[in-house]
Design a binder for this molecule. Structure first.
Ligand code: SF4
Ligand code: SF4
Length: 429
């Protein structure tokens, strides 16, 4: 059922011990443990990376592109997410981090934070020129977009149809490089340095447009050591500030509140952490946030600084970033030379609903299945122990109705059945 997507988050079955730790943390109940091993239901997974964080055996991982891929392009541009600056001691400085990228193999750098400043003005213009249902939900975090698509289909209309800073940065960087060097656009590679798995997925399986502007995605944790060694070598060397493009406001996008800080008017909420986002989206569905204009939502705790592909503790990263922001000058970067028309930032296709949670296409049958779920659930112990491999008794009841599980997967039900059989056997003998 539903659309088949690429997923960055994958499971290494050999490492999985079937401990069930991950099943309760998945926001879309995408994980089951069956026959002693976890399984991810692909259609439900939103690549939030929660399961990567909680698996004690490191059986879940995020797949990104190998660094060697930069060799496939004649001109290589690094697109550092603003959260990269939080991964290093602020004494190195943002300019040095950008220059270190040139030393490890890139020909050019283009700060995604600069594109964030371009995107920042888009919601205001978008709200003025489009009829959008409020509260408008930001689409900067791909995990949140997928969460809405899978779990809150009624809110799909509230999503703002604006490209992410990553996509905008890639388009602008390629255009700038082609103009400066004369190299054909197809021979220019744009490489995003990502804090999270969801952004890897959004490049391989884009929403809002047919094809991503980004050619490959490297995990921050994969290049961190390489960069750190380079930064240490560069320590003490004079730093000419010639690669900085973004001002403090663009760099702030790495943290929660960075995006909504640009909205001068209206009420806006900035929320981080998947459980907090679910609570806000539930309130939105219940129409309790009708006086809110804009919701900025970032799936990871402390926003992108807490992404599963980062290396630094998100709270330390936040302090590092704060120092970077304090020393950042206002940007004199002129985006108008690279974005001809603001409508270029808008999505070119609609966001479809993924009906993975639908019980049946036929309404009557769906209702009947729902009633059966209620009946089965009422008969289960209600402990949500996870021993059956499903995250809750209700999820097991749903699996039974969908034909993926049986009642005796519940250890309590199995015990009941066994003692019942023993009783009957005793009566017979
Ligand atoms: S990445 Fe998120 S949605 Fe996907 S299986 Fe893990 S916890 Fe669930
Ligand atoms: S947390 Fe999930 S993936 Fe990790 S070992 Fe336990 S069941 Fe397997």
């Amino acid at each position: 059922m539903g659309q088949e997507y690429f997923h960055s988050v994958t499971l290494d079955k050999d490492k999985c011990k079937g401990c069930t730790n991950c099943i309760k943390h998945c926001p879309t109940e995408a994980i089951r443990v069956r026959n002693g091993k976890a399984e991810i239901t692909r259609e439900r997974c939103i690549d939030c990376g929660e399961c990567i964080r909680v698996c004690p055996y490191h059986a879940k991982k995020a797949v990104s592109d190998p660094f060697e891929m930069i060799g496939s392009y004649r001109y290589k541009i690094a697109l550092p997410a603003p959260s990269l600056y939080g991964q290093f001691n602020p004494s190195f400085g943002r300019e040095k981090i950008l220059r270190a990228l040139l030393h490890i193999g890139f020909d050019d750098v283009f700060e995604v934070a600069a594109a964030a400043e371009v995107v920042s003005d888009a919601p205001r213009r978008y709200l003025e020129s489009h009829e959008v249902r409020k509260p408008v939900i930001s689409t900067a975090c791909p995990a949140v977009v997928r969460l809405v698509q899978v779990r809150f289909p009624n809110l799909i209309e509230n999503l703002i149809h604006i490209d992410t800073p990553m996509e905008v940065a890639a388009g602008m960087a390629r255009r700038r490089a082609a103009e400066r060097t004369g190299i054909p656009a197809g021979e220019i590679g744009c490489f995003f340095l990502s804090p999270c798995a969801a952004k890897v997925t959004s490049v391989k399986a884009p929403f809002g447009k047919e094809k991503s502007e980004v050619d490959a995605v490297f995990a921050m944790k994969d290049i961190h050591l390489l960069l750190l060694e380079q930064l240490k070598k560069m320590n003490g060397m004079p730093s000419e500030e010639k690669h900085l493009m973004a001002g403090p406001a663009g760099v702030l996008w790495a943290c929660t509140g960075g995006e909504s800080a640009f909205l001068e008017k209206g009420r806006h909420i900035a929320v981080h952490g998947i459980a907090n986002i679910i609570a806000i989206l539930e309130e939105t569905v219940e129409e309790r946030l009708e006086d809110v204009d804009f919701i900025e939502a970032l799936s990871c705790l402390e926003g992108c600084l807490g992404g599963p592909l980062t290396v630094e503790n998100p709270f330390v990263a936040k302090t590092n970033l704060q120092a970077v922001i304090e020393s950042a000058e206002a940007s004199d970067f002129d985006p108008d030379c690279l974005v001809a028309d603001p409508s270029e930032l808008e999505w070119t296709r609609e966001m479809p609903y993924i009906p993975v949670l639908k019980l049946d296409d036929d309404r009557m049958k769906a209702l009947e299945k729902l009633q059966r779920i209620d009946v089965i659930e009422a008969d289960l112990p209600g402990l949500d122990c996870g021993a059956c491999g499903a995250p809750s008794c209700r999820a097991l009841a749903e699996d039974i109705v969908r034909g993926f599980a049986k009642e005796t997967d519940c250890v309590f039900k199995l015990r009941e059945k066994v003692s019942d059989l023993a009783q009957r056997f005793g009566d017979l003998t």
